[in-house]
Write a protein that binds this ligand. Structure first.
Ligand code: GLU
Length: 355
C-alpha cells in the first residue's frame, strides 16, 4: 500500500521534549516557531491539525533553574505547572502571529477510560477544529498520578489519533526514524510490527540504545492497529511535517496501517483501561477468532472485579492477551458459571476486538 501522495485531512503531530531542550539550561525556541509555521501552513490548506506536545516538565525545570528532574512527585508536578503555562505561552504567540488560536487541552487517562468522558473529549476537539483553532494537548501532569497516567506522550498521541479518527500520526523527536541492526540505516517502511522490529528498539548493547524508541513503537502499534498510518521522523529537519505528509516513506520510518477498526472498537481495544482478565481454552479462542461470541463453557479462570459492561482482557491458555471485549456479566457472577453451559453470551461478538 503506497502512502505517498495520499490526501491526509486530519493530522496528529507529537512533539517530543528532545526537540527543543538538550538540557534544562538550554531551550531552543526556534523549533517551536518552525513547528508552528508548518502547522499553520497545513491548517491554511484546509487540514485539521492537532498537536500533542511534551515540554511541561522540561520548561518548568528550565524556569525554576532545576538541574535535575525532581524526584518527589509534588515537586515534579509543581515544575509541570510552571512549565505547562510557559509551553502554552510559546505556542500561543507563534500561532497568533500566523492568525491561529492555540487551544490548551490537558488530559488524564481517566478521560479515556470512561466512555462518556471519552466522547466528550472527542466532541470538544472536533469543536475546536471546527472553530479553526489548533488544539495543543498534553497530559495533565500536575494532577496525574501513576494510576491515572498515560505514561508517556507517544502513547497519548496514538490514543488521541484514534480518538479523533486521524488520517495520519506523525511522531517527531531528534532521531531520524527506526534504525536497522547496523544502528545507522533508517528503516523506511514497516508493514508489520513483528517481534523482530520490536527488538530493533531494544538492542542488547544498552549504550547504543535509542532512548524512547520502545514507547514510539508501542504508539505506532496502537495507531496502525486502529487503521492509522504512523511516521516517526526527525523534527529537527527543515519542513519535516510537510514532507512527512507529502512523502511519508521518505521522511522517516513509515508504519503502514492495518485494518480499520470502527470508532467504538478502537475505544474497546485501546481507549480504555481493562478492568479484569478472562482466561479461555483453545476451543473458545478459535471461536473468538472466527468472530463468534464468548460463552461461559470455554472460560477457565477470571481475575479482577469487573462489572457487567466493563471492558475486560481475554487471554489464551498460553498467557497471551489476544482480545478485549465488553463483558455482559460481572466477575462475581461469572465465577459461578465458568466452564459450564449458560443460556447467555458472556461477550457478544460485536463487542470483541481481536488484538
Ligand atoms: N507530559 C510530559 C511533559 O510535558 C512529557 C511526557 C513525555 O514526553 O512522554 O513534560
Amino acid at each position: 500500500m503506497k502512502e505517498s501522495g495520499k490526501n491526509y485531512k486530519r493530522i496528529v503531530i507529537k512533539i517530543g521534549s528532545s526537540l527543543f531542550c538538550s538540557s534544562a539550561q538550554k531551550i531552543d525556541f526556534d523549533i517551536f516557531n518552525a513547528i508552528a509555521g508548518q502547522v499553520a501552513e497545513l491548517a491554511k490548506s484546509g487540514k485539521d491539525v492537532i498537536v500533542v506536545s511534551s515540554g511541561a516538565i522540561a520548561l518548568g525545570m528550565h524556569l525554576l533553574g532545576l538541574k535535575s528532574r525532581p524526584r518527589e512527585l509534588a515537586f515534579l508536578q509543581a515544575a509541570a505547572a510552571v512549565g505547562q503555562n510557559e509551553l502554552m505561552d510559546i505556542y500561543r504567540d507563534f500561532f497568533k502571529a500566523r492568525g491561529y488560536h492555540g487551544a490548551q487541552v490537558l488530559l488524564t487517562r481517566e478521560d479515556f477510560n470512561d466512555r462518556s468522558r471519552y466522547l466528550n473529549a472527542k466532541n470538544t476537539l472536533n469543536a475546536l477544529l471546527n472553530l479553526g483553532s489548533i488544539p495543543v494537548i498534553n497530559e495533565n501532569d500536575t494532577v496525574s498520578t501513576d494510576e491515572i497516567k498515560f505514561g508517556d506522550n507517544d502513547r497519548l498521541s496514538a490514543l488521541v489519533a484514534t480518538l479523533v479518527s486521524a488520517d495520519i500520526l506523525i511522531i517527531l523527536s531528534d532521531v531520524d526514524g527506526l534504525l536497522d541492526k547496523d544502528r545507522k540505516t533508517v528503516i523506511r517502511l514497516v508493514d508489520e510490527i513483528t517481534p523482530e522490529i520490536k527488538r530493533l528498539a531494544c538492542p542488547t548493547d544498552k549504550k547504543a540504545c535509542v532512548g524512547g524508541m520502545i514507547t514510539k513503537l508501542e504508539a505506532a502499534k496502537i495507531a496502525v492497529d486502529s487503521g492509522i498510518p504512523c511516521v516517526i521522523a526527525n523534527g529537527l529537519k527543515k519542513d519535516i511535517i510537510i514532507s512527512a505528509i507529502q512523502a511519508p516513506e521518505e521522511s522517516g520510518t513509515l508504519f503502514l496501517s492495518k485494518r480499520g477498526l470502527d470508532a467504538r472498537k478502537r475505544w474497546i481495544a485501546f481507549g480504555t483501561k481493562t478492568k479484569g482478565k478472562i482466561v479461555i481454552d483453545d476451543g473458545a479462542r478459535n471461536a473468538l477468532k472466527n468472530k463468534k461470541s464468548l460463552l461461559s463453557v470455554g472460560i477457565t479462570s477470571i481475575e479482577g472485579n469487573f462489572n457487567a459492561g466493563d471492558i475486560v482482557s481475554v487471554y489464551d491458555a498460553d498467557g497471551n492477551e489476544f482480545a478485549r471485549g465488553k463483558a455482559d456479566i460481572s466477575a462475581k457472577q461469572l465465577k459461578e458459571i465458568k466452564g459450564m453451559r449458560y443460556h447467555k453470551e458472556i461477550m457478544h461478538c460485536d463487542n470483541i476486538v481481536i488484538l
